[in-house]
Design a protein. Structure first.
Ligand SMILES: O=C(O)C(=O)C[C@H](O)[C@@H](O)CO
Length: 253
């Protein structure tokens, strides 16, 4: 049995814009439902959501019925966290808080088997379908997709170096953290932040590196796509649930 091709990674550079949805509710059932709504990718957050490894595993299993690719965000750029998430079968990672090319290279290295990287080896993990993917060791390094998150002013200054690291497949701009770093905590719509986001996508386009972003605002999402962002999360489960539940309740006041 062969390891499947990572369609999300293949489409990131060559295909249409990948529309995503951000999940923090720690609900495998939620992911099962969302996976059948047509989103190209679903982000499973373990940085700012209390998702443990076993939750991520449930999410991966729940997503197998749908068509959405799962992207998992580890809590930190940590080789052990990354190894464990890869072993349970995540193929797409979004690594938070990358500050320079050294940290980006470390993130990539953690996802690669030796001699290229430092990923520990097991032949019987879920990632290799418990050893049934006969080509897993030969192809894992090339199929795993590594996206890094740039979310501070100083990281923006090093954007070209970070994005140019071999093995970095995409760069995600974190509007909330970036806003905080610019001194505009809670205000990603601030003009300085928006200019930085626009400038960043231009620089990434020049390098041929796909840029990603998250917003819960439709007009903003459309603007980011127009600017050239290639993997765009256009909503979050918590925001959607809260907004729609509030709206529904208001209908019966
Ligand atoms: O800076 C950002 O924006 C992000 O990193 C995304 C946030 O962490 C996300 O949790 C917002 O809901």
């Amino acid at each position: 049995m062969k390891m499947p091709v990572n369609g999300f990674k293949a489409r990131l550079t060559a295909g249409p814009v990948q529309i995503g949805f951000w999940t923090s509710l720690c609900s495998a059932t939620g992911v099962e439902v969302l996976g059948q709504t047509g989103f190209d990718w679903l982000l499973i957050d373990t940085e700012h959501a209390p998702n443990e490894l076993s939750d991520v595993l449930s999410h991966l299993r729940a997503s197998s019925l749908g068509d959405s690719a799962l992207v998992v965000r580890p809590a930190w750029n940590d080789a052990v966290l990354i190894k464990r998430i890869l072993d349970i079968g995540a193929a797409n990672l979004l690594i938070p808080f990358i500050q320079n090319e050294t940290e980006a290279a470390a993130a990539v290295k953690a996802t690669r088997y030796p001699p290229v990287g430092t990923r520990g080896v097991t032949g019987s993990a879920r990632a290799s379908n418990y050893g049934k993917f006969e080509d897993y060791f030969a192809r894992a390094n090339e199929e795993i997709c590594v996206m890094v998150q740039v979310e501070t002013r100083s990281a923006l200054d090093k954007l070209t170096d970070i994005a140019s690291v071999e093995g970095v497949d995409g760069v995600f701009l974190g509007p909330s953290d970036l806003a905080a770093s610019f001194g505009h905590l809670g205000l990603p719509q601030n003009g300085d932040v928006q200019s930085a986001l626009r400038d960043a996508v231009r620089r990434l386009q020049d390098l041929g590196k796909p840029a990603g972003i998250l917003t819960t605002n439709r007009e903003e999402a459309e603007r980011y796509i127009e600017w050239g962002y290639r993997f765009v999360a256009v909503g979050t489960d918590i925001n959607l649930l809260s907004r729609e539940a509030t709206r529904l309740r208001e209908c019966f006041r």
